[in-house]
Design a protein around this ligand. Structure first.
Ligand SMILES: Cc1cc2nc3c(=O)[nH]c(=O)nc-3n(C[C@H](O)[C@H](O)[C@H](O)COP(=O)(O)OP(=O)(O)OC[C@H]3O[C@@H](n4cnc5c(N)ncnc54)[C@H](O)[C@@H]3O)c2cc1C
Length: 368
């Protein structure tokens, strides 16, 4: 006999935890099912920890809307809950004149997305702010920042638990089915069990498509394909040469090898972008030469030997090589026809920034 629960959230990353928090605070009984031994060990622990302003995303896309709304909610949440964060600002820089149209496009797109605080800088003004950066022009985004993602997840979990939610670790969802009175989830691990849930949120990140496919009754044609794109980060030894985040003009669908500073002042460069077949976080050291080359376009003072291998993260993609830019895909009953089920696919960047707004969006999809 399956145990009955009101609401299961599959996946304890930053998005799953934000959703669990929201639903628990609305008075629902929530259990978060997490496959690993700890929460937040996948994409939510392997990213740039940037609070994005919302500059790049296509007009009207979920990414554009949820990033701008989520960024405002996130700053307020961090202030109220004393989560480590800094609004340190970001400079997007053009290394030569051919990149200036790219910068102009960012400024226009940002305006369309409701991000109206970008400031145009000529090469001299960039040098005054960041003397180590070589550029002919730049755009300053004052509302970009950084956040302690682990502290954030801990706070989301704390709020959820205070409102009665529980987190079940080492509890992978291995199968399930849509039934007449809810969704059955079969949970593996040391204590296998079946749960009959009124509501299921599939927030399994890189595994979201596999989880959806394992639930009999979810129309297969509503499940997007799954691709993985790995990104490597190198750290810089020594004192930080920058005070802000520095981004080159992006190439195609990723933001280029950029500079982030964590709250401890450590400089990281990355992530790069390459397609991989399966989830494998191994660091490929052969990337080094390409990193030096990409970074020296805007930071010619980078010394040989200054880069150290850092870590990798994997983007959950729903479009593959050569495919169009992707948006978040968040499906409720209207898309798949199943009461009480929400599937989240392709929650790559800016998912961390957007987490509170994604949670609001999911709660709205569940309203009758
Ligand atoms: C390289 C990189 C850089 C990024 N930088 C930024 C940034 O600077 N700013 C920003 O806003 N966003 C950024 N992002 C995006 C952001 O990190 C993600 O959008 C966010 O972490 C996704 O959270 P999640 O909860 O959906 O996924 P995850 O953190 O991956 O969590 C999913 C969870 O589901 C669990 N799970 C999987 N399968 C099962 C199962 N069958 N049963 C139970 N549990 C399961 C996993 O163990 C995992 O804990 C970046 C992403 C990448 C890859």
């Amino acid at each position: 006999m399956a145990e009955r629960i009101e609401c299961a959230v599959i996946g304890a990353g930053v998005v799953g935890l934000a959703i669990a928090r929201k639903l628990a605070m609305e008075g629902r009984e929530v259990v978060v099912l997490e496959a690993e031994k700890a929460f937040g060990t996948h994409t939510s622990a392997r990213n740039s920890e940037v609070i994005h302003a919302g500059i790049y995303y296509a007009t009207g896309s979920l990414k554009a809307r949820l990033c701008v709304a989520g960024r405002r909610l996130l700053y307020r949440y961090c202030e109220q809950h004393d989560i480590g964060h800094r609004r340190i600002g970001k400079l997007i820089v053009a290394s030569d004149d051919t990149q200036i149209p790219g910068l102009e496009q960012y400024k226009a797109q940002a305006q369309t997305n409701g991000v109206s605080d970008l400031k145009w800088l000529d090469g001299r003004a960039v040098r005054e702010l960041e003397p180590e950066v070589r550029s002919v022009a730049g755009v300053l985004s004052p509302s970009t920042g950084v956040v302690d993602s682990h502290g954030l997840m801990l706070a989301y979990l704390g709020d959820a638990e205070q409102h009665g939610a529980s987190l079940a670790l080492e509890s992978p969802v291995i199968a399930g089915a849509v039934e007449s009175d809810g969704v059955r989830l079969d949970v593996g691990g040391a204590e296998p069990m079946s749960l009959k849930c009124q509501t299921v949120i599939n927030s399994a990140g890189l595994n979201a498509q596999a989880v959806a496919r394992s639930l009999a009754g979810v129309p297969p044609d509503t499940i997007p394909p799954s691709f993985y794109a790995i990104g490597h980060y190198y750290t810089l030894t020594g004192k930080a040469p920058f005070r802000r985040l520095i981004y080159p003009v992006a190439r195609q669908d990723w933001l280029g090898v950029h500079v982030t500073l964590d709250l401890g002042g450590q400089v990281k460069f990355g992530p790069d972008f390459s397609w991989i077949e399966r989830i494998d976080y191994r660091f490929d050291q052969s990337r080094e030469a390409a990193f030096y080359e990409a970074i020296r376009f805007y930071y010619p003072g980078l010394r040989d030997g200054a880069l150290q291998p850092g870590y990798t993260g994997i983007r959950p993609r729903i479009t593959g090589p050569g495919g169009p830019a992707q948006d978040f895909v968040i499906q409720g009953k209207e898309e798949h026809g199943i009461d009480g089920l929400v599937n989240l696919y392709g929650i790559e960047s800016p998912g961390l920034t957007s987490s509170l707004a994604i949670a609001d969006h999911v709660a709205n999809l569940l309203r009758p």
